[in-house]
Design a protein around this ligand. Structure first.
Ligand code: SF4
Ligand code: SF4
Length: 163
């Protein structure tokens, strides 16, 4: 990881993913989060393991540009451990200008590496599934069985985009 990369004021991962240890659902600010932006974690020293271990793709990817930090671009990319799937989780409220063409560029780069991308626009928007060549929706469903209900079945449907 680049040592230049800093979470700074970003707290997207305290809002977007589930935190099983705290029973925090997705798309809900953690009750331990101090303020909307930059306040940090009020239980930082004793935060759960999933928080300690979490790294979004912006943080681990040295080539990811500064303006793609989740709090700046409005999307947090999360690679599912051991799977060829990347989640693209949009912040539920508009706190930033979303550069959608640039976000699509990132999605295309992920697809070129043969990862599927499943995007969620928050609780009210239907998800999109982007499939690289040779990958089917069923394969993605199996890879993300733990999350499939949350992403797809809670919505009326989802759109599948083939690369
Ligand atoms: S979403 Fe990424 S950049 Fe933002 S706080 Fe979490 S790990 Fe850091
Ligand atoms: S416990 Fe702290 S680090 Fe974990 S989600 Fe809540 S505010 Fe964020």
């Amino acid at each position: 990881m680049s040592f230049d990369k800093k979470c700074g004021d970003c707290s997207a991962c305290c809002v977007l993913p589930e935190v099983p240890e705290l029973k925090k659902p997705c798309n809900v600010s953690c009750s331990y989060l101090l303020g909307v932006s930059g306040g940090g974690c009020s239980i930082y020293e004793s935060r759960p393991t999933s928080c300690r271990e979490f790294r979004c793709q912006w943080l681990v990817n040295e080539s990811a540009q500064d303006d793609m930090r989740p709090d700046r671009c409005g999307v947090m990319f999360e690679k599912l451990k051991g799977e060829q799937v990347v989640l693209a989780l949009f912040l539920p409220e508009s706190r930033c200008d979303k550069d959608l063409p640039k976000i699509r560029e990132v999605i295309n780069a992920i697809l070129r590496n043969n990862f599927a991308v499943v995007s969620s626009g928050g609780v009210s928007n239907a998800p999109l599934i982007y499939l690289p060549s040779g990958v089917t929706k069923e394969m993605v469903r199996k890879s993300m069985w733990r999350f499939w209900h949350r992403f797809v079945e809670t919505h009326d449907g989802c759109s599948v985009i083939h690369n």
